[in-house]
Design a protein around this ligand. Structure first.
Ligand SMILES: Cc1ncc(COP(=O)(O)O)c(C=O)c1O
Length: 361
């Protein structure tokens, strides 16, 4: 079975992890972090072209830290899409704030007009998600944020390598948050990062990841243990060397799959929003025949997956009265197909054939 995504690890990761194990320095509780953490941070900052990156224990932690560092908390509302992984909304709850769910547009990202309608006196931040690597309409989101003095935190967990008007995502607001879970573009096992051009924000994020300490045990503000270990960071350093190749292969696979699926009636194919570049983390199609299609793909050995069958506003934890028509419709129709770097021409042909078979009249 071709999985929807998988970590791609090799000798480079093994060598760097071994180096850490042999050094005996498995983690480092100084504010700046250990040698591998610093190397990984430099490499990410260089790739993104930003002043600073702070690596942490997960993408969820990155979101929570960004909110904490930007003083979002009790009594505040944060605009989030519901069509996302629950971590986006959970991180808002974790700081005592309230997630306010916003519908999506045709690219599966935040509908800016619906976001505008949901602004209240309590709205403090807006958290667009670049779902599937599709880039949210950041110009309009930034304008809205400026009009209402809102903080913008990008949930770029799925979007390392995606670009908006030539600029990498993660730098289009106050902070960007990435995930390095094994299903993501690059992995560290578990891990995350906060990208920013704001030096003070980076300093606060470093404090929060380490119990609010600056020097020794001098806790100056609330923080927790959100550190990334040296072992995880070592994997990240090796993965960064391969990032451009991973992205190139994903793009080639997505282009080829699009070619193979072209002209089929009854499905919505993924489109790159004008002035954006997708990292092709997922190649997501939509069809009312999604369930039949998923079964046909499974028979063909293709691990197509549904992200996300239950939108966050309909999960038991969040169940409320809000209705989000586009989100609820797309949750019934979307299906993501594998285009990761290990997918080959034969896999893509099998994928396209299974999709065509489902839709045959
Ligand atoms: C959109 C989104 N936000 C946040 C996260 C949280 O990242 P992590 O699993 O590294 O905590 C994920 C990860 O799956 C995600 O897909």
């Amino acid at each position: 079975m071709i999985p929807i995504n998988r970590p791609i690890l090799g000798l480079e990761e093994e060598e760097l992890v071994l180096k850490v194990l042999r050094s005996g320095q498995l983690t480092n509780a100084s504010m700046a972090g250990g040698h591998m953490v610093k190397r990984f941070e430099r490499s990410l900052a260089e790739y993104l072209g930003c002043k600073d990156v702070v690596v942490v224990s997960s993408g969820t932690a990155a979101l929570q830290i960004a909110l904490m560092a930007l003083n979002v908390g009790l009594g505040d509302e944060v605009l989030v899409p519901s069509f996302t992984f629950t971590a986006t909304a959970n991180s808002v709850l974790a700081v005592g704030a309230t997630p306010v769910f916003v519908d999506i547009d045709e690219y599966y990202t935040m509908d800016v007009e619906d976001a505008r309608k949901k602004i209240t006196k309590r709205t403090k931040a807006i958290m667009p998600v670049h779902l599937y690597g599709h880039v949210a309409e950041m110009r309009a989101i930034r304008e809205l944020a400026k009009e209402y003095s809102l903080i913008v935190i990008e949930d770029a967990a799925q979007a390392l390598g995606s670009k908006y008007e030539g600029r990498p995502v993660g730098l289009l607001g106050e902070a960007g948050c990435f995930s390095f879970h094994p299903s993501k573009i690059i992995t560290t096992g578990e891990g995350g990062a906060i990208s920013t051009n704001d030096e003070e924000l980076a300093r606060l994020a470093r404090m929060i990841r380490n119990h609010g300490m600056v020097k020794g045990y001098d806790t100056c503000r609330l923080g927790l243990n959100f550190r990334m270990s040296e072992i995880h960071a070592a994997i990240g350093v090796a993965q960064m060397i391969k990032l451009e190749d991973f992205l190139k292969k994903r793009r080639e696979n997505a282009r080829r799959l699009r070619e193979l699926l072209d002209g089929i009636d009854g499905i919505k194919l993924p489109e790159e929003r004008p002035n954006t570049v997708y990292n092709w983390y997922l190649f997501t199609i939509a069809s009312p025949k999604r369930e039949k299609m998923r079964k046909e793909l499974e028979k063909a050995g293709i691990g197509a997956r549904i992200y996300y069958e239950t939108p966050v506003h309909m999960l038991p934890l969040f169940k409320g009265k809000v209705r989000l028509p586009m989100t609820e419709r797309m949750a019934k129709e979307v299906l993501s197909l594998p285009v990761h770097p290990m997918v080959n021409e034969e896999d893509l042909e099998r994928t396209a054939l299974a999709v065509r078979t489902t839709l045959k009249p």
